[in-house]
Design a protein around this ligand. Structure first.
Ligand code: ATP
Ligand code: MG
Length: 697
């Protein structure tokens, strides 16, 4: 087991006692160290599986870790017993177990963003606040920002802010619900108010391990420090990379990694400097990019001994976003050899996925979309889950409001207001309210749909029954909506591929609640033979043989907001994460024109391209003017040849936009002294002397 590690990695595995921070760059084996460390602890009998708490950043990563560990134990222990999961899934488990100590009933609900917005909307209406000024979406964000700060953050919220915050939480309490931020915050409150509970967990977890530590928020950090009090063993091992901190918009704070040795006085710090993932060229490009950030610890990162320089990183310039999708699809077709899961397309924003989906579908390239379109964000999936929530929890008024109108049953706002007074919740009110003939019939039909012994059935069968009896499926079957067949298909998928995996409805609903907020797919990309399309954020910690990085244009990546408010450093870290996902081949591309929200935009190539040392790059224009022959030219062809290296030069003009009085706009793809090779949008590729063009800064 230890033989597969270098000396520093081995030291990190064997240093089991006391606080330890492993601080190192991408692909240096941090995750491998964590996994091996757990196996080491268990194989040496230092702890039982349930005494180990391993925190990963996604459910997907947790599953992968458990799978690996399953193979490492040789049957002596079971990886399933390890407390391994995201902060949220672990805290939810603690909260569920101790719900009576925090004033929640056992079957409490976890609200997703939709639910949160609905609650806020009703509060704003009640407080008579102007809906133009008070947007539920903005307030969902504000409230989660406060909760991510942990204990005491809300203590000093005076004024309107405090009023809304309190009213919102009171409404959640009334509905026996928590939101995503609460999952951690309520555990912190539990630990604070019930020292016996805290002590129990402090005693239970002999070893705590945290992956992707750079993206921990303050509430999560408090959770860790409460479990590892001063004077105790403090066997906590955190691994991370300050250059890969990309979640500040969700409350992650880089200071936790920077101050680790202040939080834990006798902390040891181990640095790993060998990258085992990528070729020297990929690594060189990534290093030269991240060097432009100033607020960093600064780390050395070397390619593994014996690692090839490999192909240079390709920088592809194409006329339009369509050409980009075609060029990439082309390259995959020619190189896939039926191993589609070697490829990933990593996008800055979910909206960039559509062209790839269309292109891949028409060519029959299998792909999977991860984290971009969220299955659980689809209307029909949310409807179906609301039905099931209401089945399991008749008190769930939000779900009631969502489904009572699907299909329409003649209960508008005034009817709802009327029944509200006749019971502790809307379901009970509907039963008891004196309603007129037609409404009574509709109400009874609705109530009857829920009246069957669902809790003795398989949850998938119960779901099927409810969605049929309630008329929900019929609503879509009768619908002339063009999306209706797809929606029916999605519900079928939910029932047969997801719900059927669960033994109880409660377990499924718990899973659904996490999925709706965590935007994670639990399957790992290596499971299916398909190209992965995902956001860069979702690709953290993963690796692929070939990585395509489309849309490297100013305004897209870095995005407009980052350019305008000067928050380029986090954006650059994101670019660094993107490039370092590649093992053998990285293809960056930029389109000279692109449709963005229905408008044609002409963006300059990303400034990140010109920030990278050209010694590691090779520039190519594809599909330009006379060269509009994607099948025979361009990167698909040059893959067979030795990569072309651009000679290093003092001024990096490659990638710059130019204007030529006759030939119009273009982009520089090669520089040879004063002779520039330019890909003109209209005229194709031409060599032009530098003095004849105007070069944009
Ligand atoms: P990231 O920062 O992207 O999360 P990481 O530091 O967690 O990366 P790993 O994913 O653990 O790095 O490792 C990167 C790759 O290098 C993996 O394929 C891993 O199996 C391999 N690897 C790690 N250590 C070694 C080693 N000592 N010898 C050979 N391969 C290694
Ligand atoms: Mg990792």
């Amino acid at each position: 087991m230890l033989e597969n590690l270098n000396n520093e990695q081995r030291l990190a595995v064997e240093t089991t006692d006391g606080p330890l921070l492993v601080l190192s760059g991408a692909g240096t084996g941090k995750t491998r160290v964590l996994t091996t460390r757990i196996a080491y602890i268990l194989n040496n009998g230092l702890a039982a599986p349930w005494q180990i708490l391993a925190l990963t950043f996604t459910n997907k990563a947790a599953n992968e870790m458990k799978n690996r560990l399953g193979q490492m134990g040789g049957g002596a222990w079971s990886a399933a017993d390890i407390w391994c999961g995201t902060f949220h899934s672990v805290c939810l488990r603690i909260l569920r177990y101790n719900c009576d100590r925090v004033g929640l009933r056992r079957d409490f609900l976890v609200f997703g963003e939709d639910d949160q917005k609905a609650v806020l909307k009703s509060i704003f209406a009640e407080m008579a606040l102007d809906p133009k000024e008070y947007s539920p979406a903005t307030w969902v964000e504000k409230i989660s920002m406060i909760k991510d700060k942990g204990l005491d953050a809300a203590a000093h919220l005076g004024g309107r802010m405090g009023e809304i915050y309190d009213a919102y939480n009171a409404e959640l309490a009334r509905l026996n619900a928590v939101d995503f931020g609460d999952i951690i915050l309520r555990v912190l409150e539990l630990f604070q108010n019930a020292p016996d509970v805290l002590e129990r967990y402090q005693r239970q977890f002999h070893y705590i391990l945290v992956d992707e530590f750079q993206d921990t928020n303050s509430a999560q950090m408090q959770f860790l420090t409460m479990l590892t009090p001063a004077g105790g063993a403090q066997n906590i091992c955190c691994v991370g990379d300050d250059d890969q901190s990309i979640y500040s918009w969700r409350g992650a704070e880089i200071k936790h990694i920077l101050n680790f040795d202040q939080t834990y006085e006798n902390a040891q710090i181990i640095r790993l400097e060998t990258n085992y993932r990528s070729t020297a060229n990929i690594l060189g490009a990534a290093n030269s990019l991240i060097r432009h950030n100033s607020g960093r610890l600064g780390k050395d990162l070397h390619p593994a001994p014996g690692m090839d320089a490999g192909e240079a990183v390709y920088v592809l310039t194409v006329p339009t976003d369509w050409d980009e999708a075609r060029a990439i699809a082309d390259t995959i077709t020619r190189n896939a050899d039926n191993k589609y899961n070697d490829f990933a397309i990593l996008i800055r924003a979910g909206s960039l996925s559509r062209l790839f989906e269309e292109e891949f579908t028409s060519r029959g390239i299998p792909y999977r979309l991860i984290g971009a379109t969220k299955f659980y964000d689809r209307m029909e999936i949310r409807d179906a889950i609301a039905y099931l929530r209401l089945l399991a929890h008749p008190f769930d008024d939000l779900s009631f409001l969502r489904v009572i109108a699907k299909p329409r049953r003649g209960f508008g706002p005034s009817a709802i207001a009327k029944i509200r007074g006749f019971g502790p919740n809307l379901m009970a009110g509907l039963r008891a309210a004196p309603l007129s003939g037609k409404q009574r019939v509709a109400a009874d039909e609705f109530l009857a749909a829920f009246d069957f012994s669902w809790d003795t059935m398989r949850p998938a069968d119960a779901a099927q029954t409810l969605l049929e009896q309630s008329g929900y499926m019929k609503m879509w079957r009768d619908s002339r909506d063009v999306d209706a067949p797809e929606r029916i298909e999605n519900i079928r998928e939910l029932i047969t591929n997801v719900i059927s995996k669960y033994d109880t409805m409660a377990e499924f609903l718990e899973h659904a609640a996490l999925m709706m907020t965590d935007d994670n797919d639990t399957e790992s990309p290596s499971d299916t033979n398909a190209v992965s399309i995902m956001t860069i954020h979702a690709a953290k910690g993963l690796e692929f043989n070939t990585v395509f990085l489309p849309g490297w244009e100013d305004g897209i990546f870095p995005n407009e907001m980052a350019i305008n408010d000067g928050s380029l450093e986090e954006e650059r870290r994101l670019a660094y994460v993107a490039v370092t996902r590649g093992r053998v081949r990285v293809v960056i591309s930029n389109a000279m024109s692109r449709m963005v929200f229905g408008e044609r935009k002409y963006n300059a190539p990303s400034r990140f391209i010109s920030e990278m040392d050209p010694a590691f790059l090779t520039f190519q224009g594809v599909g330009m003017g006379a060269m509009r022959t994607l099948n025979t030219r361009g990167i698909t062809q040059s893959y067979g040849n030795a990569p072309r290296r651009s000679a290093p030069r003092s001024e990096n003009l490659v990638g710059k936009l130019v204007l030529h009085t006759e030939m119009g706009r273009g982009v520089i793809i090669e520089v040879d002294g004063d002779i520039l090779t330019i890909a003109f949008r209209e005229r194709g590729i031409k060599k032009v002397a530098r003095q004849f063009v105007q070069i944009s800064k």
